[in-house]
Design a binder for this molecule. Structure first.
Ligand SMILES: Nc1ncnc2c1ncn2[C@@H]1O[C@H](COP(=O)(O)OP(=O)(O)O)[C@@H](O)[C@H]1O
Ligand SMILES: [Mg+2]
Length: 237
């Protein structure tokens, strides 16, 4: 028994015959922000897809609040309280902000208006643009909408894939601020980041994934201070 909100234990996973994750183990506790870093193609997005039920683990287990969710469908996983913000195509550009938020809540049985009102209060930029098409938002604003859309289900866990990808540095900083705000609202966050230093900078702990296997793990600060991690994965001495 553990009290981890989310845990992967010895997970192999991949696409068709192609194995990507190899004996991958990691966990997330409530209130945490955990950052997953590593080179391109390491399998970071594959971890999130495997947790979210888009891929079934070949071996090993994925547990959420102690329940084995490996092999469950994404819509069941969403109802259980795990949200997922993919790296790309995470909002519907041709729909309004309001319509995007309502789409995020189709699996809710009740309370949709109240939760959307609450999100408008937390994210005034969305409130001001309720009727605007999502495609008219800037890159940073679109990420905020994507977070809010996932938050309509009031998840315990939010999986976020490279929230700062393609954003200018100051916009990326704003988006990281929103990630912290989402965490303060009560969601534990497992975040993939290419922008490793900044991602670890707002995180409690981190994992370095390389070729589908966890090579390093620890407190975010100790990973940032580790000479080997720094040299191999943070682009610095
Ligand atoms: N849909 C897919 N079909 C087949 N192979 C894929 C697919 N998506 C990713 N891969 C492969 O899986 C490996 C890991 O990809 P990914 O998890 O996206 O890496 P990362 O997010 O760390 O950059 C890569 O070699 C990639 O080419
Ligand atoms: Mg990726």
């Amino acid at each position: 028994m553990t009290d981890h909100v989310l845990e992967l234990d010895g997970v192999d996973s991949g696409y068709g015959e192609v194995q990507v994750l190899d004996d991958c183990s990691m966990h997330l506790d409530s209130d945490e922000i955990v950052c997953l870093i590593g080179p391109n193609g390491a399998g970071k997005s594959t971890v999130l897809k495997t947790v979210f039920g888009m891929l079934d683990p070949w071996t090993g287990t994925v547990t959420y609040h102690g329940e084995d969710i490996g092999g469950m469908a994404p819509e069941e996983i969403v109802r259980d309280g795990i949200g997922y913000v993919p790296q790309t195509d995470n909002v519907f550009g041709s729909l309004s902000i309001e319509e995007n938020l309502r789409m995020g809540g189709v699996a809710r049985n009740d309370g949709l208006d109240a939760v959307i009102d609450d999100l408008y209060e937390r994210f005034p930029l969305l409130d001001e643009k309720r009727r605007a098409k999502a495609r008219t938002l800037s890159g940073g604003q679109r990420q905020v909408l994507a977070f809010a859309r996932a938050l309509v289900m009031e998840p315990d866990v939010l999986l976020i894939d490279e929230p700062s990808a393609g954003l200018a540095p100051n916009t990326a900083q704003e988006v990281f601020g929103h990630v912290e705000a989402v965490n303060d609202m009560g969601a534990a966050i497992l975040m993939v980041e290419q922008n490793a230093k900044e991602g670890l900078g707002i995180s409690d702990r981190g994992y370095v994934l390389d070729q589908g296997t966890v090579r390093f793990e620890g407190e975010a600060d100790s990973l940032l201070d580790d000479d080997e991690v720094s040299k191999l994965y943070l682009g610095g001495a």
